[in-house]
Design a protein around this ligand. Sequence first.
Ligand code: FMN
Length: 313
Amino acid sequence: MNYYVAPMEGLTDRVWRQAHQKWFAFPGAPARYYAPFISPPENRVLIKKKMAELSPAANPGAPVIPQLLAKDGELAAWMIGELRKLGYTEVNLNFGCPSGTVTAKGKGSGMLRDPGKLDAFLAAVFANADGPISVKTRLGVEKPEEFAAILDIYNKYPISELTIHPRVMRQLYRGEADRAAFAAALPGCTMPVCYNGDVVTADDLHGLEAQFPGLSGIMVGRGIIADPALLRKALGGAGATREDLRGYLDDLYHGYTELFGSAGCAVSRMKGHWFYLIHKFEGAEKLEKQLRKAREPWEYEVVVNQIFTLPMV
Ligand SMILES: Cc1cc2nc3c(=O)[nH]c(=O)nc-3n(C[C@H](O)[C@H](O)[C@H](O)COP(=O)(O)O)c2cc1C
């Protein structure tokens, strides 16, 4: 079973991918890091700053899979060609993002509203781009029953792997991933399928593997931010030590400071990680507000030092 790390805007960027590999590397885990989405520029002029995220020199180690958020199939195919020039093989298409600003433009899971448009998009992509193209999808817009018609379209194309996050667009991240709907959809999929959604422990990963032995992969998102050693543990390795976490968080903080040219901006990015990670420290909830309010680097550093005096869960 392959374990993948989910694309998460603001979390699984290149600074994170490097820090994660340095501190929590384990042979074969993750098999791949999916990079947060990028949108192909309509004028077909690549923006250097955005492409820096995918520069091969900044992404040594485990394979990184770029992800595209697009609704123009020919433009997406052009971008896939540009990514191939950089050496990327697989490129992933995003039909999952539920954010209102994205779906209002008919992108992300907004693409699932109109199966005809989805079909035309995929036809244009596959007619104009070569090489492995994978898809990450939700089950639909309003209800899981929509997936049957969506899957009929996916099955028409040589999708290299279909990652299914069994929620619908309207749900955002509310409720639970609908594993029963996933199980019902699985037999109809003609391509390799990866499961994604609400996996937060090694036991849960193993349980899914036992329940769905035919999967090509399981993708973890928030669970690996909450416990960066999640995949290492699932493969029989050690849990995160205090030293691992200290080194990892220091590397992230310094990496973001360098990337943004400002420790203040790094503080705000670090809060995104701490939102999930704070629960690794017993009783740290009482410091959550202080962490949220920290603006200056020194304020952030003081509260993080306090958190590190707490026992780990
Ligand atoms: C902050 C955040 C940013 C995300 N950004 C992306 C993204 O760029 N592309 C994407 O396909 N999914 C994105 N997702 C969705 C995740 O990849 C994943 O599908 C979702 O979190 C469910 O998996 P999990 O329960 O393991 O976290 C994002 C999720 C979160 C919470």
